[in-house]
Design a protein around this ligand. Structure first.
Ligand code: VAH
Length: 312
């Protein structure tokens, strides 16, 4: 039985559907700081992850044996409110780790390519390398990786995590990320036939389509613990592209789609501090990570799904 925090977020909203399909609707307890706007399948409770006692009581009453901690502030928002980001991202994480320790639960939380910084090798970024991020989000992710490994080594909590690249999805829009341009562009392509990118042409970042991200979480959590040489957190990626390439992919479907640029210096600086492409070979070797969608397959599916969602 799995408890999910941040269940209404960009990953959380699709993760609960995936988990319900895999394990049964009543075996997934969704929680989020706000009430759902649209009906959520299965059990739901309001939870502010900075309230450790309530998190503990909800997990205990539900009989959860696994917690997937997805509640966090993303990179751009965290730069706007660094202290709030520290309190939410680290306070929420340590509460979730404590609940997992007290109730002997398996634990998942995502890290990010944001856990790397300007001094990290940018090409084919290794699984084990220098991590000196220059964003509050990155500081939170590196501290989070170390804290999750600590809970494994010191308390035996079965903590596992992945460093997600930018995630692209059509169900819940991301809030306050740097890679969000790669989601916004599909909505604007359908709605307006054009997009003005806040990330500069030529800025390569790792990306992944949400179905591959959700499968990676399930595969990692079900992997044989004896085979895991790493835990927090595995590099995973499906593709690396820059804004011009995603525009070209869209133009294969919408030939007169127009791309323009109006760079946001804050999010550009964040993007410039991250790798161009990371090496997922440890995830492949230790738990069989595999991504199905490349850029053109993702574009075809995103445009088809959004045409339906936006009634176009
Ligand atoms: C962000 N989408 O942009 C998130 C993610 C790697 C990017 O961490 O902050």
């Amino acid at each position: 039985k799995i408890m999910v925090t941040g269940a209404l977020g960009q990953i959380g909203s699709e993760l609960i559907a995936k988990l319900q399909k895999e394990y049964g609707e009543n075996n997934v307890l969704s929680t989020d700081i706000r009430e759902p706007q649209t009906a959520v399948e299965g059990p739901f409770s309001v939870l502010d992850v900075t309230d450790g006692k309530k998190m503990h009581d909800l997990a205990k009453d539900f009989g959860a044996d696994t917690i997937m901690h997805m509640a966090a502030l993303l990179s751009a928002k965290a730069e706007e409110q660094p202290l709030f980001a520290w309190n939410l991202n680290m306070g929420g994480l340590v509460n979730a780790l404590e609940v997992a320790r007290e109730l002997d639960m398996q634990f998942f939380t995502p890290s990010s390519i944001g856990a790397f910084g300007p001094s990290t090798p940018k090409m084919n970024t290794p699984q084990d390398t220098l991590q000196r991020p220059t964003t509050m989000y990155g500081v939170n992710k590196v501290a989070g990786e170390l804290l999750c490994d600590y809970y494994y080594n010191r308390f035996g909590v079965d903590t596992r995590g992945v460093r997600f690249p930018g995630l692209i999805s059509y169900v819940a829009q991301p809030g306050g990320g740097t890679t969000d341009y790669a989601v916004d562009i599909y909505y604007k392509a359908i709605e307006e036939g054009k997009y003005t990118s806040f990330i500069a042409e030529g800025t390569h970042m790792d990306m992944m389509y949400m179905p591959d991200a959700l499968q990676a979480i399930v595969d990692l959590m079900e992997a044989d613990a004896a085979k895991l040489m790493h835990r927090n957190a595995f590099n995973v990626t499906a593709m690396s592209f820059e804004p011009g390439e995603i525009a070209a992919s869209i133009q294969k479907h919408i030939p007169d789609f127009k791309m323009a640029y109006d760079v946001d210096p804050i999010r550009q600086a964040i993007a410039d501090s991250w790798p161009d492409n990371i090496d997922p070979s440890a995830a492949v070797a230790e738990w069989g990570f595999k991504a199905k969608y490349d850029l053109d397959a993702m574009t075809a599916d995103m445009l088809e799904q959004l045409k339906r969602k936006l009634n176009k």
